[in-house]
Design a protein around this ligand. Structure first.
Ligand code: ADP
Ligand code: MG
Length: 595
């Protein structure tokens, strides 16, 4: 007797099910994707027992003929692909012809389906993989799939399922994600006797987002189009407290995926903007030509592979970074007085979800400056596009048309703390300290990317007494401090001696800076990433090196600061999240004087 034998189709399906169907939510995802692929406009889902007892998906899609319905339950039967070439250019969610037979092999499955050209539908039942005889049923056009007692014949799997409540929340999450990916489809979810979700079909992602998450003032809108890639979405705004922690939903061509490249790009964008790093809430929708992405790399289709990974990284980083540079309506409390300005017909505000800023703040008269940054970005874009003619930067060039503001010219100081400046488009009030802090922070980071920051040796070292905990904490960060241009030695007991400080720092600031660096060092978690540590220490150093409030500035120094600010990537907030600029636009001024 040969040692090798063929697996029975039942067993092969059950093994496939082990990969495709992990829990009720993953079975549901496959069924809904089938309904979407069938062109449905309405998908109604009912679950019981968190989906363990029942999952029912009813759609109004194109349905199947009786022959196709039979075939659909067989392994590797699909209507979506006939050659390997089809895979690179796929526009459907499914393609392997595995889901239905896999689910059917580990449950009781009933399938009813009807196409529009026949009077009756067909009903089929599968029990643990065995297909029963078809029968005729009266039903409306579309398909109803019912899965009961998932994993009834695979006790090992059933044991791993969680409580009804936990499985229910996974089901809701999967539904929400599918709904976000497909705004034009209406979804409802009934759990037991309770209607838990209901999203009527809408035209745009914005509308669907509003249905799902409501009016979110703490998010900024992401939008970028370049090199055939469209990136849209919503990201946690920068505030004084950092960015709101939350879920990270990443969609590529409408599929929810996990992807390290994209996560890294998002992290990178936030890391450049703020030192208060937590895992920020973000919902990103990336669309690119199907031949630029391989979707066949993961059993549950939860990962993809990009043809041009580094391009995607750069685009996502820029898209998110640009969005973070936009003013958020939430943390800016300043509003002089309200007028109808923003809704006057001559000055239409682009339609956006209320509360989610679209670059123009309809709420506040005063808004943080974005013009300064546009100039900088346009210049950067031009430089970049000369390097890579067919690069993302070409689309950024379109921003140039929007930029009519010209450079900001300082008029003077207010209370020796704020610079008052004007350009063609209005008046700006700039917090001199936070502006300088932002400039220096970005300069230090830029320098660190090429090597350590240059230090200046003090003529006479400065001795500082610290607590023993601070001294020890500082010692563990010696390497990072040296990269930032500090050289600090033990001076016996709890004292330390500052020998070298970074060039940008004044000697008079050395002691207070090192004290704060020691406090920072004490505050880091043991597992803190080195890069995050360096950024935080750099921000502290920048804060101490920056001009202070109540410092009288010369005209030249003001010019220097405004010019520096123009070159920063994120000129709206300092690395600790304080706002840099308030702005009164020309429109606002003219309207206030009835001009
Ligand atoms: P795949 O989606 O990878 O093709 P499935 O096993 O999920 O594989 O489905 C097999 C086939 O059954 C699909 O290709 C499709 O033709 C048909 N099908 C499944 N569900 C539906 C549905 N809700 N409406 C219409 N056709 C469906
Ligand atoms: Mg499928």
């Amino acid at each position: 007797m040969p040692a090798i034998h063929r697996l029975s189709p039942e067993l092969a399906n059950q093994i496939a099910a082990g990969e495709v169907v992990e829990r009720p939510a993953s079975a549901l995802k496959e069924l809904i994707e089938n309904s979407i692929d069938a062109g449905s406009r309405r998908i109604d889902v009912t679950v019981k027992g968190g989906g363990k007892r029942l999952i029912r998906v009813k759609d109004d899609g194109k349905g199947m003929s009786p022959e196709d319905a039979q075939l659909a339950l067989e392994r590797h039967a699909t209507s979506k692909l006939s050659s390997l070439d089809d895979l690179m250019g796929l526009s459907t969610m499914g393609f392997r012809g595995e889901a239905l037979p896999s689910i059917a092999s580990v449950s009781h499955l009933s399938l009813r389906t009807k196409t529009s050209d026949v009077a009756y539908g067909v009903a089929l039942r599968v029990d643990g993989g065995t297909i029963g005889a078809p029968s005729e049923v009266g039903m409306s056009n579309g398909t109803v799939v019912e899965v009961t007692e998932l994993f009834y014949n695979v006790p090992a799997r059933r044991k791993f399922l969680k409580s009804d409540g936990a499985e229910s929340s996974q089901v809701s999450r999967a539904m929400t994600q599918l709904a976000l990916g497909h705004p034009e489809v209406g979804f409802s979810l009934t759990n037991g006797a309770r209607r838990v979700l209901q999203y009527p079909p809408v035209r745009t992602l914005d509308e669907r987002f509003l249905q799902v998450y409501g009016d979110r003032e703490d998010l900024v809108k992401v939008g970028k189009k370049a090199a055939g890639v469209v990136i849209r979405g919503f990201a946690a705004a920068l505030t004084r407290h950092g960015a709101a922690r939350g879920v990270q939903n990443i969609f590529v061509n409408r599929r929810v995926i996990k992807d390290r490249t994209i996560s890294h790009a998002v992290h990178d964008a936030y890391a450049r903007a703020t030192v208060k790093l937590r895992s920020p809430e973000i919902h990103l929708f990336i669309d690119l030509p199907p031949d630029q992405v391989d979707v066949n790399v993961h059993p549950m289709k939860a990962e993809v592979r990009f043809l041009e990974q580094s391009l995607i990284h750069e685009l996502v980083r820029r898209a998110v970074g640009d969005a973070l540079g936009q003013p958020s309506s939430a943390p800016m409390p300043v509003a002089l007085h309200s007028t109808e300005l923003s809704t006057s017909p001559s000055n239409p505000i682009p339609r956006a979800i209320p509360g989610i800023t679209s670059g123009i703040s309809p709420v506040s008269h005063w808004s943080t400056v974005t013009e300064i940054m546009r100039v900088a970005r346009t210049e950067e874009a031009r430089a970049a596009s000369q390097l890579h003619p067919r690069s993302i930067a070409t689309d950024l060039d379109n921003d140039a048309a929007l930029d009519k503001s010209g450079p900001l010219m300082p008029l003077g100081q207010f209370r020796d703390t704020f610079i008052i400046a004007v350009d063609n488009e209005g008046i700006a009030i700039i917090d001199q300290h936070v502006a300088h802090e932002r400039i220096l922070f970005e300069q230090v980071l830029a320098q660190l990317s090429t090597g350590p920051v240059e230090g200046q040796r003090l003529l006479t070292p400065i001795v500082v007494d610290l607590t023993s905990a601070q001294r020890e904490a500082l010692e563990t960060r010696t390497v990072q401090l040296e990269q930032l241009g500090f050289e600090v030695r033990d001076f016996g007991g709890e004292s330390i001696k500052i020998i070298t400080i970074p060039g940008l720092l004044e000697r008079t600031e050395a002691e207070s800076t090192v004290r704060e660096l020691a406090a920072d060092a004490e505050g880091f978690d043991a597992g803190a990433k080195v890069n995050d540590v360096i950024r935080c220490l750099a921000a502290t150093t920048a804060c101490h090196a920056a001009v202070k409030a109540n410092d009288r500035l010369t005209h030249d120094k003001m010019l220097y600061l405004l010019d520096g600010l123009r070159r920063t990537e994120y000129s709206t907030v300092c690395p600790h999240g304080r706002p840099v600029v308030l702005r009164l636009t020309r429109n606002e001024i003219e309207n206030s004087f009835d001009r």
